[in-house]
Ligand binder design. Sequence first.
Ligand SMILES: *Cc1c(COP(=O)(O)O)cnc(C)c1O
Length: 212
Amino acid sequence: MSIASNLQSIQSTIPPHVTLVAVSKTKPVADLMEAYAAGQRIFGENKIQEMTEKWQAMPKDIEWHMIGHVQSNKVKYMVPYVKLIHGVDSLKLLVEINRHAVRWRKHINCLLQIHIAEEDTKFGLDAQELDSLLASEAFKSLTNVSVIGLMGMASFTDNQAQLKREFDGLKALYDRYPQFTTLSMGMSGDYALAMECGSTMVRIGSSIFGTR
Ligand SMILES: *Cc1c(COP(=O)(O)O)cnc(C)c1O
């Protein structure tokens, strides 16, 4: 199967209110250009240096999403062009993103990553940490970043009941904040279920570009 036909068959299963992020980490620019030629304009990467190299090499109407864990000291490299940062899991990181956004006179949208997996290996805030972050004066004083929603990664499992529990939990948390517009959940293996549970943004890599 070609990248274009993979994209087409995935797009045909995604309703219009759900945004497809093509996760292109580790893949060469030629593969991304194949997706671009097929109409894809939103790409997700998990390493700032790799994303920056691809941004430099590729057409400028692409929206670049950072989906990986972000190190504070690398924020400055992506602020000039990044459109949405999915994996923000601390106030400290938001403050750092805001600081560079102010310098560049940019406004950056972020998602807060919530820990939903029953594994303890994945990053993210819990419900209480989310509440207190959003309620803090330090957060409210940030001028150049907006938190537009939440992101979560479910457990690495085939257990549908468990995945549903994790996605439902994230959706319930998301629904507590009427200002949110974006719920990023679902990857190649679980995006159909994630959409049933209310996802508005799916991050799909291997089903488009092949295994890594
Ligand atoms: C790699 C990655 C994906 C895509 O995973 P696939 O299983 O290849 O679709 C989605 N989200 C995050 C955060 C990732 O790191």
